[in-house]
Design a protein around this ligand. Structure first.
Ligand SMILES: C[S@@+](CC[C@H](N)C(=O)[O-])C[C@H]1O[C@@H](n2cnc3c(N)ncnc32)[C@H](O)[C@@H]1O
Length: 320
């Protein structure tokens, strides 16, 4: 990856995270072409219940969604391989003209855009490569627009990042537009831990892939065998804290960022968080960002929620 104006912000954010306590490699490094393929494999693991629960909700609510939104444009942030998008595309068939998948992972984006364009010839598929935290800019397409953010990707953002992201989205939405969010709900810790630690090791390979990406793109020298995979439930923050733990004390140069990271034995490198939500607190976050939640739909087991929201009428975020 060449350092351009577009990647400069990402490199700076990575530099700050790697120097923070705990050390963190931002989750965006997980999703190169290999990481996106591994994530796809994760979505098919039996213990990773999220995509199946989200699909159940979208299927059950599709005609209601279509009546409520009448969307001409579907923008999907963090679309990846878009496993559940077809429920939206099917539901919106009567009004939809344009589908805009938006993702940082270029290969995954173009592959899924091609598949969707072939399956839905009446819809214009217009992929955008970008970082939804930095490049959101003006949302494309004619309204009414439905902006979807599925797969509980919102849970990968810290509370302050979520607030900034949701406020930016609220600012971009017009009166006729709607936002559809997939959010994973708080549940039994054993099930949460199992979802991030499958016996076949696919999730571990996915997380370790971030080190490979950093070695390649940041000219770093992370050595896999010096770290153990270490997914933890954080009961205070109510998120899965997914990362790696140094087996021994050692240094890791990250030449492109001019850093030499020192790891003590047992020290962690966080790679992502996956927050689990409670309805009341999440709806409050939406309201503070200038969004009004309109519907909260869950699957039969109450594991996952899909939230439909609009820009608040006064259009103002109360977040400071
Ligand atoms: C948890 S996966 C979800 C993928 C898909 N929506 C699903 O439900 O399976 C997160 C997706 O967001 C993308 N992503 C992560 N950080 C991003 C960022 N900052 N900007 C744009 N896309 C991002 C990843 O490439 C990946 O495709």
């Amino acid at each position: 990856m060449l350092e351009t104006a577009a990647t400069h912000g990402l490199f700076e954010a990575t530099r700050r995270s790697l120097q923070a306590v705990p050390n963190e490699l931002p989750a965006v490094w997980l999703y190169d072409a290999r990481g996106s393929r591994l994530y796809d494999e994760i979505t098919r693991l039996p213990d990773y219940y999220l995509p199946g629960r989200e699909a159940e909700i979208l299927q059950a609510r599709s005609s209601l969604l279509s009546r409520r939104t009448r969307a001409r444009t579907l923008v999907e942030l963090g679309s990846g391989s878009a496993p559940n998008t077809r429920y939206l595309l099917d539901a919106l068939g009567g009004t939809l003209e344009r589908y805009v998948p938006f993702d940082v992972s270029e290969q995954a984006l173009h592959d899924s855009a091609a598949t969707i364009a072939a399956a839905y010839p009446a819809v214009s598929v217009e992929p955008v490569v970008g970082d939804f935290e930095r490049d959101l800019g003006a949302l494309p397409g004619a309204g009414p627009r439905l902006v979807a953010f599925l797969g509980s990707t919102i849970g990968n953002l810290y509370p302050a990042q979520r607030a900034a992201f949701l406020s930016a989205l609220a600012h971009e939405l017009g009166d006729d537009d709607a936002l559809l969010l997939g959010v994973d709900l708080l549940k039994d810790v054993d099930r949460l831990e199992a979802a991030y630690d499958d016996p076949s090791g696919v999730t571990e390979a996915f997380v370790r892939n971030a080190l490979r990406a950093a070695n390649r793109e940041l000219d770093a020298s992370f050595e896999q065998e010096r770290f153990d995979y270490d997914p933890l439930w954080d009961p205070v923050n109510e998120w899965m804290d997914v990362g790696l733990r140094a087996r021994e004390s050692h240094a890791v140069p990250v030449r492109r960022l001019g850093l030499e990271l020192e790891f003590a034995a047992g020290e962690r490198l966080r790679v992502e968080i996956s927050a689990k939500f409670r309805r009341e607190a999440f709806e409050l976050e939406l309201e503070r960002a200038g969004l009004t939640p309109e519907s909260w739909w869950t699957d039969a087991a109450g594991d996952f929620a899909v939230v439909l929201a609009h820009r608040s009428r006064n259009g103002r975020s109360s977040h400071v």
